[in-house]
Design a binder for this molecule. Structure first.
Ligand code: PGA
Length: 254
């Protein structure tokens, strides 16, 4: 069984006060189980959050990373800067980065290389648009995203996680249906060996309108190893509910 993850992607949300409230809530209510909890706040809140974690068994991550090591790249944040803060997770290639900031599969390949070189564990996001799904291009698109992004990379020294997030299900309140998730995760699992060496241990998360009401059915699907959660992760109660429900189905045995 692959390792399970419950990942919060806060995007450009939450005030510093919200971050403190969230951590307080986790401190008083989180019962850690075998599921790895990772929270990805904005860059500017990482330091403060890292300081307030104390003994909390959760990890923090960035939402993206620069493809460059250092230099004249105004506004960018490097892998080394994340190392400085002891942050060893980052989301890479989120569909909003691809669509709004023109990140290409080649850029994502460079970002993955930089993160691996600094031992930062990447969560690679992949996903098709509605038009691509309607045109039956889903598998082709996902395969290309993985193939180009992972080209010439050895993942053996990091934890590498893939998040399947159909673009049409993100932030809509309508998760993909169970059959679609099941079929697509199975397809992703089956193409990984030809694209990535020793791919057995790569966990595949689902993302796209996950909430406390639908998470139980989704986590029960074969090849779904956890969640990348946007909207519902902003509310500590909802996020904890999802995390707890992952525990209830017995993943604590990992
Ligand atoms: P959502 O976002 O849960 O709000 O759909 C998921 C994501 O963008 O990672």
């Amino acid at each position: 069984m692959n390792k399970k993850y419950c990942v919060a992607n806060w995007k450009m949300n939450q005030s510093l006060e919200d971050c403190d409230i969230f951590i307080d809530k986790l401190n008083s209510e989180l019962i850690h189980n075998g599921v790895e909890m990772i929270i990805c706040p904005s860059f500017v809140h990482l330091t403060q959050m890292q300081k307030s974690l104390n003994d909390l068994q959760i990890k923090l991550g960035a939402q993206t990373i620069s493809e460059y090591s250092n230099g004249a790249y105004t506004g960018e944040t490097s892998a080394e800067m994340l190392n400085d803060l002891n942050i060893n997770w980052t989301i890479i290639g989120h569909s909003e980065r691809r669509q709004l900031f023109d990140e290409t599969n080649d850029d994502i390949n460079n970002k993955l290389k930089v993160s691996i070189s600094k031992k930062i564990n990447p969560i690679l996001c992949i996903g098709e648009t509605l038009t691509e799904r309607k045109n039956r291009k889903t598998l082709e698109v996902l395969k290309r995203q993985i193939q180009v992004a992972c080209d010439s990379i050895d993942f053996s020294n990091v934890e590498f996680v893939i998040a399947y997030e159909p673009v049409w299900a993100i932030g809509t309140g309508e998760a993909a249906d169970l059959e679609t998730i099941s079929e697509t995760h199975e397809q992703i699992r089956s193409i990984l060996p030809e694209l990535i060496a020793s791919s057995n241990h790569i966990s595949i998360l689902y993302g796209g309108s996950v909430n406390p009401g639908n998470c139980k059915n989704i986590i029960n699907i074969d090849n779904v190893d956890g969640f990348l959660i946007g909207g519902a992760s902003l509310d500590p109660q909802k996020f904890l509910s999802i995390y707890t429900q992952m525990n209830e189905i017995g993943v604590e045995s990992i």
